[in-house]
Design a protein around this ligand. Structure first.
Ligand code: ADP
Length: 580
């Protein structure tokens, strides 16, 4: 697992390549910054004895030199930071864009499994954290590591015997840091998972708020929320406790190390191995090691937390992708809208068959009503026609072509869907009808007119430029349905898949939607999941589906006369829903 995420980080470093110019310049300034440290240690070696001797003019000269070195160092740090900030932010941006693009291609059922809040958290917080780690690694960890090498190199130059004794401390610190790091990563992943779950619950809670109020279920929801918050607090506390323990332990080892070096240094001066100037420089250099060691420890923890985030991001990447188009996909020319199912079998989990040896011919221009109990597989048939899923057995043809030989985007331009629940993104009505497609105002008005939506849209002061609030809350259910119909007919598809809304609209709204649907159906093949008797009666073909199998097929009159499942269903279901 760990190796996988390390490989993941290596892949991220690949993303740095396009920005190599800025990075090289950033490193040049970083080197200037790093070289200044031993120089400052050397100046400290000049300064301290001069102060001891009371040699004011020497002190002033050395202070001026030190000021110049500091100035150069801080300028170099500034340029290093700004030159390296941009590439690291861009990587984080690329990472997020790549993931979102991956999400757009991921199988719908895999995405639906994850909660909205969880996904949002991963794409925002986790992606940010990974970006932060990249930024820190380039901008802080690297100069700190170089500073460590440069300063230690200078210490070896000053007194290698003394430096070897300091080196004994390094493995102790390294082992401790890595042991803590591994624990921090596990704790961080746990804590991040808890936040994700919290975000998921929040998403559900916000969407379901009206329902929660209607059922007076606030107390129940509050308790669920409190439990989740409590779990998060515990996970976070575990993380913080580890960090809290790490700093004093490593700090103590550092302090002991410094005191030991001081004692050893005093012994070296006594034996004549080191003079006071050299020792002053040595102590100054030693003190210069503390800051980078503490940064490296903190950054290592963050690196581990970043690895946890990267693992969570990778989990999205590993979800199965939508079925890809074949390279030489066929292009459709004036399709008629014929659909043919040939002995189709499909299962979501490769175990339970949802569609069972189903054969069905739908000729261009026909109206076909799918009826049957909930769970019969009606929506699954839609998802197969749209190629969201691939049957394990049998074939589906569109205009005589197997659908897997067609370009999915082209197939979906020819087959439009009006779902039961209308989804709108915030934006104008115009944008909502276009839904990412380029269309002239004339075409949009034409579609809205077909959908019986033009008149109500024009009643708004801003007409088509009226802004829709999130989830379309400023439109009525019937109005939203008509927007969805306008959206579906905009591309002039040859097939319309309709999932009739089951939620009752008032009779006036219902009539307006029905008129829109009737107009939209003209000249197209229509497959409708029917809940209304009027729709069923008008159908050229009614398919009665049960447990993924066609149990009855024919016109309304045929099937009523057959006194089979359809008639039973009508008596149970449609008559109740039937139009007066
Ligand atoms: P209908 O539209 O007739 O109500 P569906 O096509 O939605 O029926 O569902 C048919 C069966 O497939 C049901 O048993 C349902 O639980 C199952 N099913 C639907 N979608 C999924 C999915 N994404 N993953 C697993 N099973 C699913």
């Amino acid at each position: 697992m760990l190796n996988k995420s390390e490989a993941g980080f290596r892949k991220l470093i690949e993303l740095l390549k396009p920005h190599h110019r800025k990075i090289i310049w950033g490193f040049v300034f970083m080197l200037v910054y790093v070289v200044c440290w031993p120089l400052l240690a050397w100046l400290a070696g000049q300064l301290i004895p001069a102060i001891g001797k009371g040699d004011l003019s020497k002190v002033l000269v050395v202070i001026t030199q030190a000021l110049c070195v500091f100035l150069v160092q801080k300028l170099a740090q500034f340029f290093q930071d700004i030159l390296l900030a941009d590439p690291s932010l861009r990587i984080s941006q690329d990472l997020r864009q790549n993931l979102f693009s991956k999400l757009q291609k991921t199988k719908l059922e895999a995405v639906e499994k994850l909660s909205t809040g969880d996904l949002t958290y991963r794409l925002t917080e986790d992606a940010d954290r990974v970006g932060e780690v990249i930024y820190k690694t380039i901008q802080d960890t690297t100069p700190c590591a170089l500073q460590l090498v440069a300063v230690y190199g200078y210490m070896v130059y000053l007194d290698w015997q003394l430096s070897i004794s300091t080196l004994f401390l390094a493995p102790i610190v390294a082992v401790l840091v890595s042991k803590f790091g591994a624990k921090v990563m596990i704790a961080a992943e746990k804590s991040q998972n808890q936040v994700s779950e919290l975000a998921g619950l929040l998403g559900e809670a916000i969407q379901g708020l009206p329902l929660v109020r209607a059922f007076a279920a606030e107390e129940w929801l509050q308790q669920r929320f409190n439990q989740q918050v409590e779990l998060h607090r515990k996970a976070r506390y575990q993380n913080l406790r580890l960090l809290a323990l790490q700093h004093p332990v490593i700090g103590f080892i550092e302090a002991s190390g410094i005191l030991t070096v001081l004692a050893l240094g005093a012994a070296r001066i006594q034996s004549g191995g080191l003079d006071s100037k050299g020792f002053s420089s040595y102590v100054a250099a030693l003190l210069m090691l503390i800051d980078p060691i503490s940064h490296l420890t903190t950054n290592f923890n963050e690196f581990k937390q970043g690895q946890a985030s990267l693992r969570r991001l990778k989990a999205i990447e590993n979800e199965p992708l939508e079925i890809e188009d074949e390279i030489d996909a066929i292009k459709l020319k004036n399709p008629k809208g014929d659909i043919l199912f040939e002995s189709v079998e499909f299962s979501y989990d490769n175990k339970n068959k949802v569609i069972n040896n189903l054969s069905l011919t739908i000729s261009g221009g026909q109206i076909v009503a799918l009826v049957g109990p909930s769970g019969a597989g009606k929506s699954t048939l839609f998802s197969l026609i749209l190629r969201f899923n691939k049957p394990q057995k049998g074939n589906i043809y569109f205009d005589k072509f197997p659908i897997e030989n067609l370009k999915s985007s082209e197939l979906r331009t020819q087959i439009a869907i009006v779902p039961q629940t209308v989804v709108v993104f915030s934006g104008t009505i115009y944008e909502s009808i276009c839904f990412g497609r380029v269309a002239t105002k004339k075409d949009v008005i034409k579609s809205a007119t077909i959908a019986n939506a033009h008149d109500f849209i024009m009643e708004f002061p801003n007409g088509y430029e009226t802004r829709l609030e999130e989830r379309g809350v400023n439109l009525s259910g019937g109005q939203l349905q008509r927007i969805a119909i306008a959206r579906a007919v905009l591309g002039n598809p040859s097939v319309l898949l309709l999932d009739e809304a089951t939620s009752a609209l008032d009779s006036e709204a219902e009539a307006s939607v029905q008129l829109g649907i009737k107009q939209a159906m003209k000249g197209r093949t229509v497959v409708v999941i029917a809940h209304r008797l009027s729709t069923v009666q008008e159908a050229d073909q009614i398919i009665v589906l049960e447990k993924g199998t066609i149990v009855d097929k024919g016109t309304h009159d045929d099937l009523i006369n057959m006194k089979g499942r359809y008639r039973e269903l009508c008596e149970k279901q449609f008559i109740r829903n039937a139009d007066p």
